[in-house]
Each structure stands twice: as structure tokens, then as C-alpha cells.
Ligand binder design. Structure first.
Ligand SMILES: *Cc1c(COP(=O)(O)O)cnc(C)c1O
Length: 349
């Protein structure tokens, strides 16, 4: 039995998972969650009724998430990573005969997830410096006749922000559901978030994750803030009991420990700025200013990824992506990882 026609030439998502000394390729934070997190989880685990199905509505977790933003449970949704949140959104609002507008370049998983949901993708190219201006955004939104629009802010892999004026332009020039994927927003600061526009734009969805700034990539927990009708629609496509009891409990523990969980963010941001300045000193390299926990670097040719890997440093290769010729993306790690990276780079050039 052959796979579905529209999946035959599809390559699975595959950021390499290699056992090397320095892993700076998938934008996790280099610091494990604090001991308080594990202590809190350990206290809760024996009381979890794991012989029963979990709360299908994940109500306690969604209420706690909502409380952070002053929003009721009915405007919050959670799933196994923001990738599952996005899948559910594309299943509900995309699907056969429907279109999704994305930026090019953009987050590699967006078109993959869209494809599994049988949703056609239309792209708007980013301008200079990997940004979108309101006029280009409005024009693209109008012409795409898209049912869903999804932009990442900060952008992955460039690290640029999508301004409020651009989000408003995408929304007002279309009838689409407009998703702002804020996987890295904690590194950019609250004032950069589209959350404050939720009251104003009635088809806006803001998607977030515990995988990056919250240092819980291994947990798989993501969420969104949206008008209540979106949450009602997502209930139709989610699998029964899609969010397991352990993840719900772990999310609650993390939310009780906001300060401890996010204490390292300032350090990551400072380290990003330090590393960016150092990279600018390496002959032949060009960086883009980033608001995330990563930095995009353009090298002299497309061998940078392989040359670094042969020196034990794994970064993310974008050199063959349209618009990203000779580029790699480097995740912000620890100072000693950066020193190893810089030594390898100086060796290469
Ligand atoms: C890393 C990332 C995510 C996170 O996905 P999870 O499934 O929550 O781990 C989402 N969107 C973008 C743009 C990302 O880079």
C-alpha cells in the first residue's frame, strides 16, 4: 500500500541528533530545569491517578496558564508541544482545499505540519534583514486568499520580530485565522508580544511553548491564547485525552515556579549579545541581530556546517534553503560551548 500521493516525496523532519561535544542546533536552553521543579514533580507524581484517563480539558493547567495573562480558561488551549497545537489549528482551519500563508524563509516545521494536515502552502518572501513591512504583508494576505496565516515572532531562523503593525495588516487584509508563533518571545520581552492585541483583533491566535525559554523541551508542552470559539473548534480535532496527566502536572509545577524556571533568560540574552559581537570579529562571517536564543550566521560558502561538525560542534545547516545561502543557525549555549565554537570557527576560516 503506497503512502498518500501528497506525501510520497516528503522528507520527515530531521534536525540531526548527534552525540557530539557541543550541540548548538535545536534552540533548547543549555541549563536543565532547577531542582525545585523536580522536587515539585516528585511530590505530585504519587498522587496522580494514572489508572484513569487524564482530564480531557486540562482545566487546571489551562486555568493556571490563563491566570498568567489575565485570561479565562476558555481562551487557553494546551497540547503536546506547540507543534501539536499548530497541527490541531491546521486540521481545524486548513485541510483539503484550504490555504496557509507562511513566510519564506520560515520555521521548517510549519510547512511539514501543514502538509500532514493536507493544507496547501502559499509563501510571502521576507524583505531585507528578514522582515516584513505592513504594506507587503497586507498585499500578500489579500492576494493569498488564505484561510490561515502563520508568522513566527521572533522569526526562526533569523530572530527578527513581527511588529504589531504587520500583525494588524495581515489580519485586516484577510479573513484568515492569524497565528503568531511566539516560541521564543520570552527572550525578546513581553512588550514584543502580540498577546496585547488579542482583544483588538478577533481572529488572532498566539501560540507559545515550554520547549525554549522554559527549558522543558523534553516534556512536550505548548499552548495558545485565542478567542473562545477557536478553543471550541480545536476540541473537534484533538485526539481523546491528547494531553497526558504527567505533562499536565509538570506544567502546573513549572507555572508555580515561574521565577526559578525563567531566571536564566537574562543570562542567555547577554550571552547571545556577547557571542554575536564575537562572531562579527571572525573574518568572513556576517550575523543578523536576533531576538531569540539563537543567531543566524552567513559564511563564505556552504561548507561551514560540515567544517564545524568535523570539529565536534553541531549547528543547524540552512545553506541550501532559498534566501539563506551559506547560512547556519547557532543556538545560544554556555560560555564554554561558545569558546569551543569560536575556536573551531577561527580554525576553519
Ligand atoms: C522550537 C519552535 C517551536 C516549538 O515547538 P514545540 O513543539 O513546542 O517544541 C515552535 N515554533 C517555532 C518557530 C520554533 O522554533
Amino acid at each position: 500500500m503506497p503512502v498518500r500521493d501528497d506525501l510520497t516525496d516528503m522528507a520527515p523532519y530531521g534536525a540531526p541528533q548527534l552525540d557530539v561535544a557541543v550541540r548548538l542546533n535545536t534552540n533548547e536552553t543549555p541549563f536543565a530545569p532547577p531542582p525545585e521543579f523536580f522536587a515539585g514533580l516528585q511530590r505530585r507524581l504519587p498522587h496522580l491517578p494514572l489508572h484513569r484517563y487524564p482530564d480531557r480539558g486540562a482545566r487546571a493547567l489551562r486555568a493556571a496558564l490563563g491566570a498568567r495573562f489575565g485570561r479565562p480558561t476558555g481562551q487557553v488551549w494546551a497540547a503536546k508541544g506547540s507543534n501539536e497545537v499548530l497541527l490541531q489549528l491546521f486540521q481545524a482551519y486548513g485541510g483539503p482545499g484550504r490555504r496557509l500563508l507562511l513566510t519564506a524563509p520560515g520555521y521548517s516545521a510549519h510547512p511539514l505540519i501543514a502538509r500532514t494536515a493536507a493544507t496547501a502552502v502559499v509563501e510571502v518572501p521576507l524583505g531585507d534583514g528578514f522582515t516584513l513591512d505592513p504594506d507587503t504583508a497586507a498585499d500578500a494576505a489579500e492576494r493569498a486568499h488564505a484561510h490561515v496565516i502563520c508568522v513566527a515572532s521572533p522569526h526562526n531562523p533569523a530572530g527578527t520580530l513581527v511588529g504589531a503593525d504587520v500583525v494588524r495588516a495581515l489580519h485586516d487584509a484577510s479573513d484568515a485565522l492569524v497565528i503568531v508563533d511566539e516560541a521564543y518571545i520570552e527572550f525578546a520581552g513581553d512588550e514584543a508580544s502580540a498577546v496585547s492585541m488579542l482583544g483588538e483583533l478577533d481572529r488572532l491566535v498566539v501560540c507559545r511553548t515550554f520547549s525554549k525559554a522554559w527549558r522543558l523541551a523534553g516534556l512536550r508542552l505548548g499552548y495558545l491564547l485565542a478567542p473562545p470559539w477557536v478553543i471550541d473548534d480545536l476540541r473537534k480535532v484533538r485526539l481523546p485525552y491528547h494531553l497526558d496527566a504527567i505533562t499536565q502536572a509538570a506544567g502546573l509545577v513549572a507555572l508555580e515556579l515561574v521565577d526559578a524556571m525563567t531566571a536564566h533568560i537574562a543570562q542567555i540574552v547577554a550571552e547571545r549579545d556577547w557571542l554575536t559581537a564575537q562572531l562579527e570579529q571572525v573574518p568572513g562571517l556576517k550575523t543578523s541581530p536576533s531576538h531569540g536564543n539563537f543567531v543566524l550566521v552567513r559564511g563564505a560558502d556552504d561548507t561551514l556546517f560540515a567544517q564545524l561538525l568535523s570539529r565536534g560542534v553541531l549547528v543547524r545547516d540552512f545553506s541550501h534553503v532559498t534566501g539563506l545561502a551559506n547560512c547556519v543557525r547557532i543556538t545560544i549555549g554556555t560560555r564554554s560551548e561558545h569558546q569551543a565554537l569560536l575556536a573551531a570557527l577561527h580554525d576553519v576560516v
